[in-house]
Design a protein around this ligand. Sequence first.
Ligand SMILES: NC(=O)c1ccc[n+]([C@@H]2O[C@H](COP(=O)([O-])OP(=O)(O)OC[C@H]3O[C@@H](n4cnc5c(N)ncnc54)[C@H](OP(=O)(O)O)[C@@H]3O)[C@@H](O)[C@H]2O)c1
Length: 341
Amino acid sequence: MPPIVSTPLRIGVLGAANIARGFCAGVAPSTRVKVTAIASRQAAKAEAFAREVGVGRWHGSYEALLADPAIDAIYNPLPNSMHAEWSIRAVEAGKHVLCEKPLCATGAEARAMFAAAERKGVRLVEAYPYRSQPQTIRLKELVASGAIGRVQIVRASFGINIADPKNIRWDAALAGGSLMDAGSYPVSLVRLVTGERPQRVHALARWSESQVDRSLVATMEFKSGALAQISCSFGTAYHRHALIAGESGAIETTYLNHPPAGGPPVLQLWRGMRSDNISLETIETTPGNGFLAEAESFQRLVAEGPAAWNGATPEESIDIALTLEAMLKSARSGTMVEVGA
Ligand SMILES: NC(=O)c1ccc[n+]([C@@H]2O[C@H](COP(=O)([O-])OP(=O)(O)OC[C@H]3O[C@@H](n4cnc5c(N)ncnc54)[C@H](OP(=O)(O)O)[C@@H]3O)[C@@H](O)[C@H]2O)c1
């Protein structure tokens, strides 16, 4: 029997993470969700962060947040290596969980997380704000409706520049690295548009002194015959885009988490199979805050069930985790790796 939840859904934040600032600000206008408490490993930090983001309740330990009866759900923005442990502990405490990407560090962890949620009758999902954006919802509809025919080739990139050597993303012990961080986005987009887990992957990486991948490129092979390439980096200027090419058309997207400064998020849709007989349509979509869209979809998942959730399904998240794990293994070994083997 799922726990009874309140309206709005009362969310507790696990850790005074930088991303939690954006999350709290993004969801503030919502009537469906309310950030109700903040937890930090230090009480003073929890209080300062809660005051900064306008939340009236705080806890000096993660355990205290999980035991708080005034919380229905947990937002988990801890370092990647801690996602599985603390999401499972939240689930065991009867809380629904919105866990930051990447869901966890391995496929086995992903399976354990969803098994725990199922046992406790609560919802657990992986947070990718772009999945709840109209830009991506429209992309999904176009691909599903056959607008470009069967998907054959996908190319997707996301690169950023991380200059601070103390950033958790450079820490191998915290499951850092460009693939786990930026790379989880293109891998998740490929999973979305192909509808399949890749069978095999082959990756190449450039490594940091701290032994995480600074940049990584990978190819993916699918049972359907589709092929995909992804790239990610901590050493480039910001770039984020994808090309999805089908048998009868192609779509370009920036698969944005949040609205761009320079205008509405668009999809470029090419229809037609020959260069002398092709049409280009620019589809404008409504900009909106990705955290807000994601959190409200999460609330509807809890209140109404899986059909109301527009983010990654458990099956997709398990496939993403297995793919990330296989790509890292391939980059380290220099060989092609079977996904999920
Ligand atoms: N969806 C998105 O758009 C998006 C964007 C950025 C990041 N993220 C994800 O969000 C997560 C957090 O990223 P972030 O940049 O916000 O991280 P961050 O600012 O470094 O925050 C991580 C928090 O984790 C807690 N923590 C617990 N143990 C820790 C340890 N051993 N070392 C460091 N911190 C520890 C700390 O909170 P206390 O000290 O308060 O306990 C810290 O504030 C990552 O999983 C990342 O992939 C998602």
